[in-house]
Design a binder for this molecule. Sequence first.
Ligand code: CAA
Ligand code: NAD
Length: 283
Amino acid sequence: MTIKTVMVIGAGQMGAGIAQVFAQANFTVKLNDLSEEALEKGLNGIDKVLARNVEKERMTEEEKSKTLANITTTSDIKDAHDCDLVVEAVVENMDVKTKVFQQLDEITPKHAILASNTSSLPITDIAAVTNRPEQVIGMHFMNPVPVMKLVEIIRAIQTTDATYQAVEEATKALNKAPVEVEDYPGFVSNRVLMPMINEAIYTVFEGVAKPEDVDQVMKLGMNHPMGPLQLADFIGLDTCLYIMEILHDGFGDSKYRPCPLLRKYVKAGWLGKKSGRGFYVYD
Ligand code: CAA
Ligand code: NAD
């Protein structure tokens, strides 16, 4: 199947980036969110990133205009009626996601593939709420989407080879690198990354070192581009906690228990960069 028209559901930090990279690769993109305000915020973010690309001579002004012209925004999910692929990037909440997938199953053409950008939720369970489980798949982009090369492609137990191949082909058309992964808690990316972040939070919790010193150790000692606490703030501490809970519940192993300090920060609304405060304070 050839994918031409794509809807991205959710115009937040991930959805906006996903819409941008599809539009840059000349797909027709419909960006959907609940409100005009969220759509405007998403589109403004895309415009800023593209303007930076023009300024840095990575893109011409014409390419920028063409990319923006490939994106339309809509708060009506029914506009997915002619899409070949939908990539869902709404909040990391199973109830919200399953509702969206049930709606999409009703609205989209029979051939359409329904993908989720979930960080950790089981694709098999999401697929099971639709009448086309063989056409449901995980398409896990990394943050920031325009910069990061990887797309982890997660096969639900029901996903067919034809669905996998169509999504792999689309990923390559975005100039991204697909990696095939089976559907287990945290997939590969977050099963490896999140316990490291959680352990970094434990070192602060136990008074081993201050956040900036933990980050320095990993940046200067291990050549990580961001320290684990800076990265946790960047991802969102609510998302980090959610993923740790999925790992803990999914494997039933105490090594995945979320650090109490992470729970406390999330309860306090200290969600990282997006809320202005996490392990660091932001303007
Ligand atoms: N959107 C688009 N481009 C961005 C960007 C964004 N949000 N943030 C940074 N960039 C671009 C900048 O434009 C910049 O290029 P120019 O200066 O040439 O324009 C380039 O990236 C480098 O940015 P900076 O100089 O500002 O800062 P940096 O060198 O520290 O790089 C970074 C920023 C690329 C984010 C880097 O710090 C990094 O790679 N951090 C780790 C990111 C990471 O691990 N991501 C995965 C998170 S886990 C995940 O996504 C999965 C999940 O389910 C939670
Ligand atoms: P975000 O909070 O920035 O954006 C979510 C957007 O979804 C918001 O604009 C919200 O208005 C919208 N939304 C909520 N319910 C909706 C609905 N029913 N229909 C349409 N739009 C709706 O979140 P984010 O960080 O972009 O994360 C989105 C998804 O991507 C989550 O599943 C998350 O786990 C995953 N993810 C996040 C990261 C990360 O680093 N933040 C990385 C990879 C994957």
